[in-house]
Every structure is written in structure tokens, then in C-alpha cells.
Ligand binder design. Structure first.
Ligand code: SF4
Length: 296
């Protein structure tokens, strides 16, 4: 590491709500790197950053601004790292940033479930307080299709354990992920998973194909027929109609979303459903494009 510069290993990702946080890369890439829809870290080889590099980077950051109070730990999944390493990293963050109030990270349920409640409590005690969890779906067939490496019930248990340990959890579901084959099951079972978990924050995103549709389809573990925009809206409506959430902040305002909805659930659920019904009623159905023909 250059003593004067913090060098980021690109590409770097963070949730939109961490735009004002300092990013500290504890790992490079994603250990699993195997979800067939995900291209975030396919260009990176997974590695854990040496601890002395983390120490140097934190020192350098603290000389730039000792008042930093929001830190996002990258890359793909902090819980792919050993418990002792996580604790040591958090202690080091606290040592350098006494005012750190929000320390967050991406966390996969597959890795999270390997930790005991006591370990999660200890990690929470050291200051990590917000986990961004890509659930993607609550339907086992869809989870198999995308090779998520975990099923819905295990995802629920991992999330509940994290909540019991005191973490805030922000979860993501990907609309359109099951294609036409699984759209109904994907919507209903995702809603059921969310009802079980009662997340603090929920983001609904829409599946996209950054490397082209043929590439996406090739990686899937099964056949896939994409939804049209109207079918995605209908899937979203079905999911919302099955939700029974007590107090969840809801967002569908990612770049992938066709329609921006923001509010609280279930407080605003009927309002959202009425908006979606209006769109469904006033939109002419255009079948999903023949993506194979247009693909590069
Ligand atoms: S665990 Fe997350 S980052 Fe890793 S491949 Fe799956 S979706 Fe991508």
C-alpha cells in the first residue's frame, strides 16, 4: 500500500444509501461469486485484505478526517471472513473513529448462518449495526435457478438471528428474477419470507442484464423467459398484496426500477397497490422483447 493514498480495488459497490459513507474494503470480491444473475465481482478474485493493510488504511483515513461517522465495509460479504478477524477490524475502526455511529456491510445469508448468536452479538457490540442482505427471492425454485446456495427457510433463520443480535437489516428482492415460469411463486413466497423476517428496510429491484441476455441465460440453472415491464409491475403488485409488515421502510427507487415507490409498509401498501392498479389498467401489454434476437 502506498503510505499516502488509499487504493481501491475496482469495481467498488455500495448501496445507494451509503453514498455519504467512507468505504473500507476488508475483502476484495465475493467468496461465493456464484449467483448466476450477479456480475458484481466476476472480474475479481476473492481475497481477504491483510490486517496490517487495514490498519494502515484506517490510520490514513483518520488523518484525513478523524470525525468520519459512517463507514461501509466492502466488498461482497463481510461474513465470509473469520469471526476473530471481523472483531479485530471493528476494534480498529473504533480506535480510529470514535464518532462512528453507522458501520454497515453487505452480508449473505449463506455466510451469516454459519455464525452463532453469541458471535453475532459480539460483532454487534463492536459497532457493526446495519446489514444489507440480498435475499433475491423467497422461492426455493428461484433460489436454485440463480444458484444462491441457500433456501428460503435458512434465509429466514439467518435474518431472524441477525435481528435478535440487534442488527438492523435492509433486504433486497429482485423482481422478474424467476421469469414467467416462477413469477407467481416468486412474488408470493418472497412476501411470505419478508413477513417472517419483518425487515427494517426493504428494497424491490428489477433484474437487469448488464452483460446481455444471452450471457445471463447461459449462466442460469434452468430455462428462463423474461417478464415484460407490465408483467414486472403485476408481479410487484402480487408481492405487495401478500405483505403483512409491521414497520418496514420501503423503497423501489433503484436505477433498475420502472416505477419509484417510497414509504412505509404496511402503512402505504394500499396506496402503492392503487398506483400499480392504475398503471396495469392504463398500459397496453407489450410482450417481453425477443431478447435473444437483439442480444450482442
Ligand atoms: S453472494 Fe451477493 S455478491 Fe456474491 S455472487 Fe451472490 S449476489 Fe453476488
Amino acid at each position: 500500500m502506498n503510505e499516502s493514498f488509499l487504493v481501491y480495488h475496482e469495481p467498488v459497490f455500495r448501496p445507494p444509501s451509503e453514498a455519504n459513507s467512507v468505504i473500507l474494503q476488508v475483502t476484495h470480491g465475493c467468496k461465493w461469486n456464484n449467483c448466476t444473475f450477479c456480475e458484481m465481482y466476476t472480474t475479481k478474485k476473492y481475497s481477504v485484505k491483510p490486517f496490517d493493510t487495514i490498519q494502515k488504511e484506517l490510520h490514513l483515513l483518520s488523518t484525513m478526517d478523524p470525525n468520519i461517522n459512517r463507514i461501509f465495509i466492502g466488498d461482497g460479504d463481510l461474513f465470509s471472513v473469520d469471526f476473530e478477524f471481523i472483531i479485530a477490524t471493528l476494534k480498529e475502526i473504533k480506535k480510529h473513529f470514535k464518532k462512528a455511529k453507522r458501520i454497515s456491510t453487505y452480508a449473505s445469508t449463506r455466510e451469516l448462518q454459519k455464525f452463532t448468536k453469541e458471535q453475532l452479538l459480539a460483532i454487534r457490540e463492536e459497532g457493526l449495526n446495519l446489514l444489507y442482505i440480498g435475499l433475491e427471492s423467497g422461492d426455493d425454485d428461484v433460489l436454485d435457478l440463480i444458484n444462491k446456495g441457500i433456501h428460503a427457510e435458512e434465509q429466514a433463520q439467518a435474518c431472524l438471528l441477525a435481528k435478535e443480535a440487534g442488527f438492523k437489516i435492509s433486504v433486497m428482492i429482485l423482481n422478474g428474477l424467476g421469469g414467467q415460469e416462477f413469477t407467481e411463486a416468486h412474488a408470493i413466497n418472497s412476501a411470505k419470507l419478508l413477513n417472517k423476517v419483518q425487515p427494517d428496510l426493504l428494497a424491490l429491484l428489477v433484474i437487469s442484464f448488464p452483460y446481455g441476455f444471452k450471457h445471463f441465460k447461459k449462466r442460469l440453472k434452468g430455462d428462463y423467459h423474461p417478464l415484460s415491464q407490465l408483467e414486472v409491475i403485476k408481479e410487484m403488485r402480487l408481492l405487495l398484496s401478500y405483505l403483512e409488515l409491521e414497520s418496514t421502510v420501503f423503497r423501489s427507487d433503484h436505477a433498475s426500477n420502472y416505477l419509484v415507490l417510497k414509504g412505509g409498509l404496511n402503512r402505504d401498501r394500499d396506496k402503492f397497490i392503487a398506483q400499480l392498479d392504475h398503471i396495469i389498467e392504463h398500459t397496453i401489454h407489450v410482450p417481453s422483447p425477443h431478447l435473444n434476437e437483439f442480444d450482442l
